[in-house]
Design a protein around this ligand. Structure first.
Ligand code: NAD
Ligand code: USQ
Length: 404
């Protein structure tokens, strides 16, 4: 199938593009390279030495004989080019990774809040509008987040997107309805993902666009079977206080003898998935598209849930690292329960990579190998959610984005 990968130069998009290409799909990447510009703004680089996109694509062609196309295009500001790309190339599926994805970055300042809202909501609306205007029957696969459900302990297993509710009508009769699970975002970034869901519901109802929304947990790991083939294909590894996600940060911290930074008590429970499973899920979603007329298909893309303190202790046990409880710069529950169903993707054939299998390999083959590239000054999480958290220890973030 022809697949357009929006955001295909990013952490999830690049290995997904390679995996789809290897599976025999024809792939074109669309990206505005904003993520690389944000590295410049934050004065930090991926722990791994990622190559320019043209080098990545040339190496892939040399190794496999397969060509992945590239359009440098901003899906927010270049609507006409996006539409022309769809009309000219006529993809069967579009995978939409092209959003600003870091919660701390989205909370740094009013500029970062406005950038994240503008980028993410307009990216989603533009791609949906372009699909409708193209007149083509294109399946949209979107990367959403587990964070749309929020992290309050509700005591039930989180369903895949929808909730059956009962209401009492005026005549006293019971009325049943299925609604989107009530959104409860914990950051401006997560808020954009909850609003994406409304765009999907509307375009699906109004224009019959076929959509799969993957509610993904925190992705850990770096390499996939394809990115391992040559060092020049290596995937990005974010470790800084804005873009680094918790488990990869712990692995990097262990590799450089930096105490593992647990926010608060570490009683926060989150959902996780390995990057190898992410790329598999994307393909499963593409080849199992909803039928014409189906409502938006929502799948929980995660394989395990863990309390952060348990993860820190696990990494400490494997590596001898110290665990440090640091003041939490976020406004979030100090502890929560989390139980999630992922029956949809398991039913489609996902075989999860477990934490225990991959953790140590990740520390030795990636984090330790590139440890000398780490800038320790970039490790602390300095983006605070509120004024109170700022004065509580986290430094005030600088205002404005470099080069944009
Ligand atoms: P990333 O920042 O590494 O990649 C996003 C890519 O999109 C970048 O290459 C960026 O340049 C591009 N992009 C952003 N705005 C664009 C625009 N307006 N036009 C064109 N290109 C644009 O992020 P990622 O970690 O690969 O995440 C991809 C998606 O998956 C995001 O939507 C994110 O919300 C979701 N997700 C990620 C994680 C995770 O742990 N990384 C977990 C759950 C969900
Ligand atoms: N945390 C620490 N120590 C750290 C960094 C983070 O304890 O050094 C804590 C945070 O306070 C939070 C948890 O770890 O409680 C998760 O933080 P994170 O940065 O790993 O993940 P998050 O901000 O939730 O965002 C990431 C991705 C985002 C994706 C989301 C999935 O950046 O794109 O949507 O994970 S989910 O968490 O399921 O919503």
């Amino acid at each position: 199938m022809r697949v357009l990968v929006l955001g295909g130069d990013g952490f999830c998009g690049w290995p997904s593009a390679l995996h789809l290409s290897r599976q025999g799909h024809e792939v074109v990447i669309v990206d505005n390279l904003s993520r690389r510009n944000i590295d410049n703004e934050l004065e930090v680089q991926s722990l791994t030495p990622i190559q320019p996109l043209s080098t990545r694509l040339q190496v892939w062609r040399e190794l496999t004989g397969k060509t992945i196309g590239f359009e440098r295009l901003d899906v927010v500001t270049e609507y006409d080019r996006l539409l022309q790309t769809l009309q000219a190339w006529r993809p069967g599926a579009v995978v939409h990774f092209a959003e600003q994805r870091a919660a701390p970055y989205s909370m740094k300042s009013s500029w970062h809040k406005r950038y994240t809202v503008n980028n993410n909501l307009n990216a989603t609306n533009n791609i949906l509008s372009a699909i409708v205007e193209s007149g083509l029957d294109i399946h949209l696969v979107h990367l959403g987040t587990m964070g749309v459900y929020g992290y309050s302990s509700v005591g039930v297993e989180l369903p895949e997107g929808y909730l059956r509710v009962k209401m009492i009508a005026a005549d006293g009769a019971e009325v049943e309805q299925e609604i989107l699970y009530p959104p409860n975002p914990g950051s401006i970034y997560h808020l954009t993902k909850t609003q994406d869901q409304l765009f999907f519901a509307f375009y699906n109802k109004n224009d019959d666009v076929r959509i799969t929304d993957l509610h993904q947990g925190i992705v850990w790991g770096t390499q996939t079977r394809e990115t391992c083939l040559d060092e020049r294909l290596i995937n990005r590894f974010d470790y800084d206080g804005d873009y680094g996600t918790v488990l990869n940060r712990f692995l990097m911290q262990a590799a450089i003898d930096y105490p593992l930074t647990v926010h608060g008590s570490g009683g926060q429970t989150r959902a996780f998935i390995h990057i190898q499973d992410t790329v598999r899920c994307i393909e499963l979603a593409i080849v199992n598209a909803p039928a014409p007329g189906d409502r938006v298909k929502i799948l929980n893309q995660m394989t395990e849930t863990h309390r952060l303190i348990d993860l820190a202790n696990l990494v400490a046990d494997l590596t001898g690292a110290e665990v440090e409880h640091v003041p939490n710069p976020r406004r979030e529950a100090d502890a929560n329960d989390l139980s999630v169903t992922n029956a949809g993707l398991l039913g489609l054939g996902l075989r999860p990579t477990t934490l225990r299998e991959g953790l140590l390999r990740e520390v030795t083959e990636v984090a330790k190998r590139y440890a000398s590239r780490c800038d320790r000054k970039r490790i602390p999480c300095v983006s605070a959610w509120t004024q109170r958290n700022r004065s509580g220890g986290a430094a005030v973030a600088k205002v404005g984005g470099a080069g944009r």
